[in-house]
Design a protein around this ligand. Structure first.
Ligand code: ZN
Ligand code: ZN
Length: 470
């Protein structure tokens, strides 16, 4: 193959191909000046939660044997990994059973069939989990970003630095995100019966070792506790802090009024980010009482229960954000007259999303997440900004004139727009300096053996989130 026309997929596979070709090929790839070449012992054994097939028993703890690495691959000994709600279905084998999107009346379409010769993801032996923190054990010869012994965040959002999105300043949309399909994954280990094992999203955080690529790792120079570090580096914390402090999508001005819709670990990180950014009013909205109380503990100034407020929720936020002065010639925020009453929040973070299973604590008003999304848009002030972060099911309808000329600016992105290599070290700094409270969010910490039990608590919302230690 001509090196100059290697596809990205080819580049990803290059390391594994070299590994398959043996140590000679590994050495041959290490020709660049200063290249490192430290491979983990090929017989290294480790445990990982491997998913395959369908149903509740699809994820089991397996003894695995690490394969040789090469190219830009990095082996990380897992210290901690967050159990992200978005993986509940894949890990526990639960299909969302809350009905079809309301506007179509049709069940969700089946995913498109993979190209010939490419297996379906659910048939592959896959280590779940799309993030984690740990210590680099081995690097392929082409790796420059990290060294053996470095502490790293394995980021759910990769950052290559050279794709078009990275170059235009939107590393949250790094095009390597699109190279995580079944045909892009490479085997990183073997089960006892010889079955090849792959890492979800090139990460596979639910294991004692993560085998990833250089683009997914961010070195973090800190002595922080592993659980705290795992929390602040998780996809959800990065998204919440990213939306509020990265200033890639939009900025919170000092004294701004902020509303956070949904107080899971992402929303609770957004509450903290809003406080760090200097917001004067932070309204936290969630149906679950313990999550609202936690929001107050980490920086919210007002709490609202969407089940209590009902259709008045938007109006309540408008009133709370109107300020003390209602006078038109004196800078009053309330537009009054023919406009809806109240000001609206200068900055809204929408972090509700769809439920995979009905929660065992207080359920929200809409399991698809569409209603809180619409309310989040409507509670944004004219001239204000809304950042959306959720995984919502269905179709959103908005008053068209509010959308066209209402002056609300919507920002959409991965990870709250965070730029991983720039922002994750800053977020770790916020942890180290006591500005970000990770302990409050990590309400459950379990060893690897208790991962399933912890994921059930995450699924049923009986814990804010959970951290699995390596
Ligand atoms: Zn996630
Ligand atoms: Zn990129």
């Amino acid at each position: 193959m001509n090196e100059k026309v290697l596809s990205r997929r080819g580049l990803l596979k290059k390391g594994a191909a070299a590994a398959a070709a043996g140590a000679g090929a590994l050495v041959a790839q290490g020709g660049t000046a200063g290249a490192q070449s430290r491979a983990a012992a090929p017989s290294r054994r480790f445990r990982g939660w491997v998913s395959r097939g369908a149903g509740p028993g699809r994820t089991t703890l397996q003894d695995l044997t690490l394969r040789s690495i090469g190219g830009r691959q990095v082996v990380v000994r897992t210290e901690a990994t967050n159990l992200c709600y978005s993986n509940v279905g894949a890990v526990l084998g639960i299909q969302p059973n809350l009905g079809a999107p309301p506007n179509t009346g049709q069940p969700p379409a089946a995913p498109p069939a993979p190209p010939a010769g490419v297996p379906r993801l659910q048939d592959m032996a896959l280590i779940q989990g799309h993030g984690g923190v740990g210590v680099v054990e081995a690097v392929g010869p082409e790796v420059r970003r990290v060294q053996v012994g470095d502490r790293v965040c394995v980021s759910g959002t990769p950052q290559c630095g050279s794709c078009y999105q990275c170059l235009r300043g939107r590393a949250d949309l790094c095009q390597f995100l699109g190279r995580q399909g079944p045909g892009d994954l490479v085997p990183i280990a073997d089960m006892r019966d010889g079955t090849p094992v792959y890492a979800n999203s090139h990460i596979g955080g639910l294991a004692e070792l993560m085998v990833t690529f250089e683009e997914w790792v961010v070195p973090v120079f800190t002595k922080a506790d592993a659980v705290d570090l795992g929390m602040v580096c998780s996809c959800v914390s990065v998204a919440g802090l990213g939306a509020t402090t990265s200033q890639v999508l939009a900025s919170i001005g000092p004294g701004a009024t902020v509303a956070v819709v949904g107080c899971g670990p992402l929303g609770l990180s957004a509450v903290q980010g809003a406080r760090i950014a200097g917001a004067s009013t932070i309204i936290a909205i969630d149906p679950i009482r313990v999550r609202r109380e936690l929001a107050m503990k980490v920086g919210a100034t007002h709490l609202l229960d969407p089940n209590v407020e009902g259709e008045q929720l938007v109006e309540r936020v408008r009133v709370l954000t109107s300020g003390p002065n209602d006078r038109l010639w004196a800078g009053g925020r309330n537009p009054g007259g023919s406009r809806p009453g109240g000001a609206g929040a200068d900055f809204v973070v929408e972090a509700a999303g769809a439920a995979t299973v009905p929660p065992k604590l207080e359920a929200g008003p809409d399991p698809t997440g569409v209603l809180p999304l619409r309310q989040a848009y409507e509670m944004t002030a004219p001239g204000g900004h809304i950042v959306t972060t959720s995984l919502t099911r269905g179709t959103l309808s908005l008053p068209a004139v509010m959308f066209t000329i209402g002056g609300r600016t919507h920002h959409s992105g991965q990870a709250g727009g965070a730029n991983p290599m720039r922002d994750i070290p800053r977020f770790v700094e916020l942890l180290d300096k006591g500005q970000y409270n990770a302990k409050a969010l990590a309400t459950m910490v379990v060893p690897i053996e208790r991962m399933r039990e912890a994921y059930e608590e995450v699924a049923y919302r009986t814990t804010v989130t959970a951290i699995m230690t390596g």
